[in-house]
Design a protein around this ligand. Structure first.
Ligand SMILES: Nc1ncnc2c1ncn2[C@@H]1O[C@H](COP(=O)(O)OP(=O)(O)OP(=O)(O)O)[C@@H](O)[C@H]1O
Length: 464
């Protein structure tokens, strides 16, 4: 039977077992199991979920070398850290050749051991996620479909994101969600929380427009008397998110001073309330989102590299609506029924011509913009089927263009989910050039064969 994930420590000296397990426990590495009889190791590993093994090299009965050999064959996914008193180069080379993850000589430097175990657990976790992701992608099933029930989609790309979210569900590392405004980042952040099954709440904080004081006070709280007007103690949102998820929206807008505080929270999982010198711990998982281009922000020095790399332990980009037009019909249908029910009237029919016309729109505001358009159309509707005229600014598609064309396995068709319009290809090329050049407009303009001012103008138009 599989039990909880943990580290297995093997040494024939009970004193070392006690000493090392205490060191690991005090270094935030819980779940350490110990074995002093080397004959039991392989059976234990077969029956339990072991994430990493710390193995003594010289032991009576079965030696470390023999165990390492069996483990690398039977469980190549488990990193093995070898500890030995024989600090010679030859043993180290043998261990590493046999597939050891790391090699430490006794007496072991505690910092080096803790760092090595943390790294081994991280590698093990990433390996587990990769295997899960592969299984999911091959099986195309969701383990927890309820968590995604409110996210309407028929897009393969979105389905891939659902599977990625399930694969990283058990991880406590931060998640960074990027994508344009209104694509559904917050909905997906909630799904990350729901799928992870953590007992605590989902707490949301929008970082846009907060100066360092407001951010620190809202997130960390303050001590009574910390500043004029602080009449009583205030617990911050990080405290409210205990055991759950803290969602930091618009993280790309965070000012530099607050970025340093957030970095400390992510690195040490520790923080201070304003005006207090009492160090507090947090176990909340951080999920952050932004519609900004981090490559450009980092290049401009407005977003710290170290914070970015901490935040994106897991990362996914939510595609804009125009890259998943195949879900237009399902979304419109869902919104029409939802809005009509709220307004206590029957849901109007949505002819194919309306869907075809909507598919031609650029939707800079993505699903939120589509919702608003449908809301307007349903509100004004008196019971007749909706028509393109109910959607101000949307042009009807000429009937001939709406005729289905067999696109076969045309590459453009697979990329866009339909044959793209000239405008869509143009936007796609600009987005790709910006991505390839990490937001450098001069280089991107060169790639696109445009002048820099023309590219700049187009980018501004897209943002409007
Ligand atoms: N696939 C979807 N199914 C149903 N509703 C959706 C979907 N995607 C987005 N929405 C709705 O669209 C609106 C915008 O979604 P959300 O707030 O998650 O976007 P966002 O990417 O976080 O936007 P912003 O960057 O502006 O904060 C919400 O009302 C959400 O419920």
């Amino acid at each position: 039977m599989l039990t909880q994930q943990h580290t297995l420590l093997v040494d024939d000296e009970p004193g070392i077992l006690t000493e090392v397990s205490l060191l690991l426990a005090s270094s935030d590495i819980p779940g350490v199991a110990t074995i002093s009889d080397s004959r039991q190791v392989l059976r234990y590993v077969r029956e339990h979920r072991v994430s990493a093994v710390i193995l003594d090299w010289v032991m009576p009965n079965v030696t470390g070398a023999e165990i390492l050999q069996s483990l690398t064959v039977e469980h190549p996914e488990i990193p093995v850290i070898v500890m030995t008193a024989m600090g010679d180069v030859e043993t180290a080379v043998t261990c590493m050749r046999q597939g050891a993850f790391d090699f430490l000589t006794k007496p072991v430097d505690p910092n080096r051991l803790v760092a090595s175990v943390k790294k081994a657990l991280q590698v093990s976790e990433l390996g587990q996620q990769n295997r899960k992701l592969k299984d999911y992608l091959l099986a195309d099933t969701l383990g927890n479909p309820d968590a995604f029930a409110g996210i309407i989609t028929t897009s393969k790309k979105m389905r891939g994101i659902f599977q990625y979210i399930e694969a990283i569900a058990s991880s406590r590392l931060p998640v960074l969600i990027t994508g344009e405004t209104g694509v559904g980042k917050e909905l997906l952040a909630r799904a990350v929380h729901d799928v992870s099954g953590v007992p605590g709440p989902f707490i949301s904080l929008n970082a846009a427009g907060l100066d360092d004081f407001m951010f620190s006070d809202t997130l960390f709280g303050h001590k009574k008397g910390a500043f004029t007007g602080a009449d009583s103690k205030r617990d911050g949102l990080i405290s409210a998110a205990a055991g759950g998820t803290l969602f930091l929206d618009e993280i790309g807008d965070l000012n530099l001073a607050s970025q340093i505080k957030l970095l400390r929270l992510l690195q040490e999982r520790e923080y201070y309330r304003l005006g207090s010198d009492l160090l507090l711990k947090s176990d909340a998982r951080i999920v952050a989102a932004s519609n900004m281009d981090f490559a450009a922000l980092r290049a401009a020095g407005t977003f710290r590299n170290d914070l970015y790399f901490r935040l994106c332990a897991h990362e996914f980009r939510v595609p804009p609506l125009r890259e998943r037009l195949e879900e237009m019909e399902a979304l419109v249908d869902y919104f029409v029924h939802q809005i009509a029910a709220q307004q206590g009237k029957p849901a109007p029919k949505v002819p194919e011509t309306v869907i075809a016309a909507l598919k031609q729109c650029r939707f800079p505001g993505n699903v939120r913009e589509l919702y608003n358009m449908v809301h307007h159309a349903v509100t004004c509707n008196e019971g007749a089927p909706l028509s393109v005229a109910d959607f101000p600014g949307v042009a009807a598609v000429p009937v001939r263009a709406a005729q289905p064309v067999d696109c076969g396995d045309n590459a453009l068709f697979s990329l866009f989910g339909r044959f793209p319009t000239v405008m869509q290809v143009e936007e796609y090329l600009i987005a790709e050039a910006m991505k390839l050049t990490h937001g450098n407009q001069t280089q991107a303009a060169e790639l696109l064969g445009l002048t820099r001012p023309t590219l700049n103008k187009r980018l501004k138009q897209e943002r409007q």
